[in-house]
Design a protein around this ligand. Sequence first.
Ligand code: GAL
Length: 642
Amino acid sequence: MTIDLTPPTKPTLGTCYYPEQWPKEQWQNDAHQMVELGLTWVRIAEFSWGVLEPTPGELCWQWLDEAIDVLGQAGLKVVLGTPSATPPRWMLDKWPDMLATDNSGHARKFGSRRHYCFSHLGYREESVRMAALMAKRYGNNPYVQAWQVDNEYGCHDTTYSYSDAAKRGFRVWLQQNYANINVLNEAWGNVFWSMQYNNFEQIELPNATVTEANPAHHMAYRRFSSDQVCDFNLAQVQAIKTFSKAPVSHNFMGRITDFDHAAMAQNLDFVTWDSYPLGFLEDRVNATSEHQRQYDRQGDPDFQAFHHDLYRGVGNGRWWVMEQQPGPVNWAPYNPAPLAGMVRLWSWEALAHGAEAVCYFRWRQAPFAQEQMHSGLLRPDSSLAPCYAEICQLAQEIECFPISKGKADVALVFDYTAQWAWEIQPHAANTSYFDLVFDCYKALRKQGLSVDVLPPSALETQEVCDQYKVLWAPGLMHMTQCLKDILVHAKGHVVWGPRSAAKTQDMAIPVPLPPNIDSLKVTVHSCESLRPDRPIALDQGGYVINYRELLDTNANVIEQTMDGEPVLIQHDKQLYLAAWLDQTCWQRVVKSVCGMANVPTLDMPEGVRCRNTGTHLFWFNYDNKHHDVSEQLLEPGGVLIQ
Ligand code: GAL
């Protein structure tokens, strides 16, 4: 086998496997059974440091040599994980200060995983040492066809650390980003409350202040923390690339926004993410209990698709699902089993959004330790779990199926720094940038649209921008002049707001007042947040919820409140949305703006979503009822491909 770096033309399937957790005698059977099922990929070793190096410097490769051999000879391609998410216990004896510290100043303990601080340079060196050792040994192994660095950065709330290592790193980062201390004092507005510093060594991390720390201080810390994660990753990527030509990846998560995934993806050959639809619905979607009840065995109809579109957009477009939920998980507040058909539906949906591969977590359920209540493709006794038959069916269905990334008419911008800005200054208990963008995404999907989710860095050229008929850019609290200019000159319609360009890079209100974009003919003169029980009615129906801005404008008013305050205004192809809308209103706005741009919309039945790949039109039924779709009856959990 040689390393193939060209994008594949047909999708593949795989699984996550832990040879070190099973007797050697089982490996061969497992490998053959994987191949028989139709799997191509097997990801291994990402938590194996304890067996690779049981004591400092004692390297035990033999088991991994054999495991790779058994899997490879059976016909599988290996994704080899570097094990830096699980430093062994002795590492703490060597580096007692390597643990991350929580915001009340307590070190997080050994006994699970991800127990390290990204800023600890000693541990960073250790992780690079191990990545280099692995790459040296397996970099030319024909069975190792891809790499995964670490596992799920940010999982278990591990991006932020308030350790001494982080404090040292932060001070260096500040010196690199502000010419001198006076520049920093000025940029942060430290004259307020006498917060001026005399030198960088006086600056602490923004935890444990008496009341809130300066938003500029918080924002700098967020940017710093994100850079630390990216640098940690890059150091391992470089070590691997010194010895191996195989592509390198990392597995992102659902709704983890603490570091800039687009920045990290610049240094990855492809990105992957881990999709747990039922766990997410209970834990991360921020849904009403009625919605949770309705979709408890299917997952939210838009949450997975949003992440597929987001992660397709953050890098070079090449992406996989590295971990697909196969049955009940162990970690959400409630963990039901999926409705029959859903494992196949989730997998097809990923492929319809352009995934090159879908891998299932995990091959066999572990009978011991933390995740024993997490299902796999096999039960602990190797009997087949219900998803097995669905995956078997899927493996046959995807034979000869072309991969297509699709081409959307509408784009939605998602910016990690905007997420941090909203977290730092939400201006209300119920506002979140992620939820704002996701509300917009849901409305687009409920109108039958396929969407490209793009980071601002993807819009750095006018050419990319001009491919879209409508661009939605809600909530971008800080915007670079370059991004503003590109959107102002877009060929398509652009919907800005709310809170567009409302802050400088250092979280101050700019003067002239926002959004300060000539072509928009609008100034936001004030804003307010709303109690959940005090929405504001619009004159065409629906409500403003959570947040709204008050405008000075003489542009054309498309939506307004009952008492005549403008909510959506238009000047030529540029529109400004001055509020957070409920779904009724979002959908009306989507229809009317798409109407202006000649983009056809279609009211989707409850729980039904579609995706146009350019070669095929997919329909997915997330509802627990049958629905008529394109003159065919689609059962709950059903997929229709046209
Ligand atoms: C993921 C993680 C896996 C496993 C899985 C359980 O977040 O990467 O190692 O813990 O969750 O659902």
